[in-house]
Design a protein around this ligand. Structure first.
Ligand SMILES: NC(=O)c1ccc[n+]([C@@H]2O[C@H](COP(=O)([O-])OP(=O)(O)OC[C@H]3O[C@@H](n4cnc5c(N)ncnc54)[C@H](O)[C@@H]3O)[C@@H](O)[C@H]2O)c1
Ligand SMILES: [Zn+2]
Length: 378
């Protein structure tokens, strides 16, 4: 069986770039990125040099494949593997990469290749956006979450010790290479966590897509390569549509991507970071947000039930793991501090029917508390 490659174009004027999706692409990196390089740099790379930024899990498997492919295509390459995990999204770790770039006398033409999940993509993108005020950047995501979410849209950055994603930039890559075969090595929980964001796109933007996911949940559970390639391409297209209209998150449109996330961010913080994976928190958060929409009279119970059924089929959680070490007041307090809250008011992205969401302000605290009680947060 051969699976066709798919291309999603993210149209952003002079920053327009392509996402190429297909199996077995990493060993062809050198050949595949050539066109993007010419398109963005105006000419073929002269004495091309690059740095693969990866992590300690992905480096030995996929990072080295990318490095070898580029070397075979005539590139001088270096590779740096950050310790795997969110802690690498820090200014300290980024500084170590700047040191390496300076040691190597890297210049404005040195290309940064991010090979890994969202942590590597965000950190490497931030390095690319700042080293000599910007060097060529290519994203090669290797988690499902990075394929469908973090590698699309140009948000790059690191965490401040007291605030996640607080330091960053909008910086678009020359292109994104999504090798669906790289997902074969991804641990099960990480894979399912990415599926939560896929389900989210159906709920917020595309009822037909949601129906397709319901019909093919089994294919998702066995990581069917053909269906996965389709799902990734559709998810990237849906996110790209939003990003194209609101690149710098100014019009409020991009906020709709935060469906389920006001709850999720509170759960992640209060359960202790690392206890729940992001997609798991989003899964529970979407169910809470949908129940909240029911209470506000925006949807009937069937819209929530369909999400509960699909998420359950995909083995994602819809309630918090016991024991729950925080109260509803703690959770609501967190939500008021959310980056997306305005003047401490509770605002939520809520479905109005399958495939549509709206931002609803001034949601009564009592309704939020009732929804939290349904997942045993009191
Ligand atoms: N920039 C954005 O728009 C955006 C959007 C969503 C999330 N994010 C960020 O993304 C980060 C989370 O990304 P993530 O979920 O990809 O986590 P991650 O990068 O930590 O990767 C998860 C784990 O999987 C491992 N891994 C990655 N690919 C693998 C593979 N193919 N085989 C085996 N192991 C592999 C990693 O080493 C890591 O241990 C967060 O920091 C979040 O803030 C950014
Ligand atoms: Zn998310």
């Amino acid at each position: 069986m051969t699976i066709a490659e798919q291309t999603v174009c993210v149209s952003l004027g002079p920053r327009t770039y392509e996402i190429l999706i297909g199996p077995e692409l990493l060993p062809r990196t050198g050949e595949l990125i050539f066109r993007w390089y010419v398109q963005h740099a105006g000419k073929p790379p002269q004495k091309p040099r690059g740095l693969v930024v990866t992590d300690s899990n992905v480096g030995p498997i996929h990072g080295e494949t990318v490095r070898r492919s580029l070397e075979a295509a005539g590139w001088s390459m270096d590779l740096i593997a950050l310790p795997a995990g969110e802690a690498s999204k820090s200014l300290d770790v980024v500084t170590q990469v700047y040191d390496r770039l300076i040691d190597q006398q890297a210049d404005r033409q040195t290309t940064i290749f991010a090979v890994g999940g969202g942590v590597v993509g965000d950190a490497a993108g931030f390095i690319a956006s700042t080293y000599t005020r910007g060097v060529p950047f290519i994203q090669i995501p290797t988690t499902l979450l990075a394929d469908v979410d973090s590698s699309v849209g140009g948000k790059v950055g690191v965490n401040h010790p007291r605030a996640k994603n607080m330091i960053g930039a909008f910086y678009q890559p020359f292109g994104v290479l999504i090798d669906t075969s790289a997902l074969a090595t991804l641990p099960d929980r990480e894979y399912r966590s990415g599926l939560a964001e896929v389900v989210k796109y159906g709920v917020i933007l595309d009822a037909e897509f949601f129906t397709e996911l319901e019909a093919h949940a089994d294919a998702l559970n066995v990581r069917d390569p053909e269906f996965l390639a389709k799902v990734i391409a559709r998810s990237c297209r849906l996110k790209a549509d939003i990003v194209e209209k609101d690149e710098y998150e100014r019009t409020g449109l991009r906020a709709m991507l935060n469906y389920g996330h006001t709850f999720a961010h509170a759960f992640e913080a209060l359960c202790g970071y690392g206890e729940l994976l992001h997609g798991e928190a989003v899964s529970i958060g979407m169910v809470c947000a949908s129940r909240l929409a029911e209470r506000r009279g925006l949807i009937d119970a069937s819209v929530t039930q369909r999400q509960v059924d699909l998420l359950t089929k995909l083995q994602l959680p819809i309630t918090l793991p016991a024991p729950i070490g925080f109260t509803a007041a703690d959770a609501i307090g967190r939500m008021r501090l959310d980056k997306k809250a305005v003047a401490g008011q509770l605002r939520f992205v809520l479905p109005t029917r399958m495939g549509y969401v709206e931002t609803i302000a001034n949601v009564p605290e009592a309704d939020v508390a009732t929804v939290l009680a349904e997942i045993n947060v009191r």
